[in-house]
Design a protein around this ligand. Structure first.
Ligand code: ADP
Ligand code: MG
Length: 629
């Protein structure tokens, strides 16, 4: 790697002799050798101490460390070719690596043989030789010293080199580790480059997208501009509209104030209307009697009942008595009766109801209203009160309920809230029966009439059903009819011998004005009023007859006593009057239908019924006249 340091080749002392390597490594020395003139033998000492011998000595020290001084001297020679004869011979004698011819040449050139006698000469030669050797030893010693120094230097250098080597090894291992790490880095690099490719792809994708977005942006900018123009138009429109709104709000506020004022006025008028309505009802009489003649079942005219066309308040019962002898003309006896209204056989259920709808209005105004149907069995009492299921033939109860619910809805807009509770009870033989009972016959509970401290009359164990729609009430009427007919099959036309009382309790609250009202509408289908000869009735029938007669005549007495404002009203004398005491008298409105059967054989019963009703009607007249005073 490029980061690895490049070491320059160092010049280490070689252990080999005369190799090519040596020549490569020390080219300068080689040159020196070539250029230098051959050294003279006596110049050996001169050579020692120069740079060149050091290198030679180094070589010798390394290659032949065990040799003595001579060897060192030989090695220190300036050339392989030119060696001092003495040295060469010494080396040769010891088997040194010196070429023989050179040695012999040196011997010939330097020593001349002395004569045997020339001892002096020989001694001087020897002395010369000795001094020569001494010099050589001296120089060898010097050389040795130098070599020692050099060796020390080399040792230092070697240890330095070792240290360097060690540090380089360490560095190499560091580099190796670094290399390893770098190979990890390379993997990472590859991964990163892969990622880079992905990112680049993504980038190009995004760039494409960007271009699309740019186009989109441009188009949106154009659109925005258009919209801004539109907005400014709209804003100006809005400002105009806001102004109009402000005006309108002002107008609404004033209108609201007016509405509130008008509501107050309406309420005042409503209260006034109630009062006037009540006054009218009182003037008409708090007890009123209507007579209704049932049509003949075969549709023909009834001869003994006469209803004047000019008048809708009178009815005449005509009885023709045949002459016993046949010589005189038949005599006709007329019984005239007048009531608040007389309805002929063609009067529809609707016409009948119109007359009493004013009283139904009184119920919502907070007055108690009680309506009876009186008459012999088959005279049309049930038809009048309940009627048939078809709309036109529906009787007073469903129509009254309809009117009450509709009127209560209207009053709802004036802040009134109403709750309605319905009950249906039958009185037979002075005992009470729940006509809305849905349990098992054997579990039918006993009932008792209870009067609270506030004079409210309730019946124990009776079903009081909360109702809010006409349909619910129609369902209850159907249930009551079912309960009555079940009893009929077992007790032979029980319905004609029992009173059935439908009661609707109404509670109204006008929270805004803190007004409450509570009233009851009571619609009663009385038992058949026909009298039976005492001789004809026995046992249970006699008991029934006594009960019916007793309760009906007591009803007459109570109404009379109420009309005469007597102190004592005998409510408790019968279950019927005891039950109805809350809705009879006081500010209550009472209406009695006297139903007439038109058949000639019902003449006597008709006369009885009209007489009874007439008595009640007389009470009414008394009250009315009293009001006139
Ligand atoms: P009550 O209840 O007095 O015993 P109903 O109401 O049962 O008498 O009447 C006896 C029959 O006469 C029934 O079939 C009834 O439908 C019918 N009826 C009574 N009054 C009318 C009338 N005004 N128009 C037509 N049919 C009538
Ligand atoms: Mg009936």
């Amino acid at each position: 790697m490029s980061r690895l340091p490049v070491k320059t080749k160092r010049h280490f002392p070689s252990t080999s002799t005369g190799s090519d390597n040596d020549q490569e490594m020390i080219p300068a020395q080689k040159k020196v050798r070539t250029d230098t003139e051959p050294v003279k033998p006596q110049a050996a000492s001169t050579i020692i101490g120069s740079r060149r011998p050091v290198m030679a000595a180094r070589k010798a020290a390394v290659s032949k460390p065990a040799r003595g001084t001579e060897a060192a001297t030989v090695c220190a020679g300036p050339s392989k070719r030119i060696v001092k004869p003495s040295v060469a011979s010494a080396a040769s004698a010891r088997g040194g690596n010196v070429k023989q011819p050179v040695a012999s040449t040196s011997a010939k050139a330097g020593v001349t043989k002395r004569h045997a006698w020339d001892l002096k000469g020989k001694v001087s030669d020897m002395e010369g030789k000795i001094s020569n050797y001494k010099t050589k030893i001296k120089s060898a010693n010097q050389e040795n010293e130098v070599l020692k120094e050099t060796m020390l230097l080399n040792q230092t250098e070697v240890s330095e080199l070792k240290r360097q080597l060690e540090s380089q090894r360490r560095q190499i291992s560091e580099y190796e580790q670094e290399l390893k790490a770098l190979s990890g880095v390379q993997d990472e690099l590859e991964k990163v480059s892969g990622e880079k490719n992905t990112i680049q792809n993504e980038l190009s994708h995004l760039q494409d997208k960007y271009k699309v977005m740019e186009t989109l942006l441009k188009s949106q900018e154009t659109e925005l501009q258009t919209l801004q123009v539109k907005l400014s138009v709209q804003e100006s429109t809005l400002t105009r509209v806001q102004e109009t709104l402000r005006d309108t709000e002002e107008e609404v506020r004033s209108l609201r104030e007016r509405v509130a004022e008008q509501k107050d006025e309406l309420h005042a008028r409503e209260m006034e209307r109630r009062q006037l309505h009540n006054t009218i009802q009182e003037l008409k009489g708090n007890i009123r009697v209507f007579c209704r003649v049932r049509p003949l079942l075969d549709g023909g005219p009834s001869k003994h009942i006469q209803l004047p066309a000019s008048d809708d308040k009178t009815i005449t019962l005509a009885k023709t008595e045949e002459s016993h002898t046949g010589k005189t003309a038949d005599t006709q006896k007329n019984y005239n009766f007048s009531f608040d209204r007389v309805f002929g056989p063609v009067a529809s259920q609707q016409e009948i109801f119109e007359e009493i709808s004013l009283l139904v209005q009184s119920v919502l105004d907070g007055y108690n209203v009680c309506c009876f149907a009186y008459g012999q069995t088959g005279s049309g009492k049930t038809y009048t009160m309940v009627g048939n299921e078809f709309d036109e033939t529906r009787g007073v109860i469903p129509r009254a309920v309809q009117q009450i619910f509709r009127a209560s809805e209207k009053l709802g807009t004036q802040g009134w809230e109403f709750t309605f509770t319905a009950s249906f009870v039958e009185i037979y033989n002075e005992s009470l029966r729940d006509l809305l009972y849905t349990g098992k016959a054997k579990n039918r509970p006993e009932h008792e009439i209870r009067k609270s401290s506030t004079n409210e009359v309730t019946i124990t164990n009776l079903t009081y059903e909360h109702v809010s729609t006409e349909d619910q009430v129609l369902g209850l009427i159907a249930l009551a009819n079912e309960n009555r007919s079940t009893a009929q099959t077992s007790q032979n036309d029980l319905s004609s011998r029992s009173h059935s009382v439908f009661q609707l309790d109404i509670e109204g609250v006008n929270a805004g004005r803190d007004i409450k009202c509570k009233s009851t509408l009571c619609l009663v289908d009385l038992a058949g009023s026909e009298r039976m000869l005492k001789s004809q009735s026995q046992g249970e029938r006699f008991k029934e007859m006594t009960a019916i007669n007793g309760s009906l005549s007591n009803l007459g007495i109570v109404i009379n006593a109420l009309a005469n404002k007597e102190n004592y009203i005998p409510y408790r004398n019968s279950k019927l009057t005891y039950l109805l005491q809350g809705v009879l008298g006081g500010n209550s409105k009472t209406l009695m239908f006297v139903n007439i059967a038109p058949e000639p054989d019902s003449f006597k019963e008709t006369l009885n019924s009209l007489r009874f009703a007439s008595k009640v009607n007389d009470c009414v007249i008394g009250t009315a006249s009293a009001n006139r005073k």
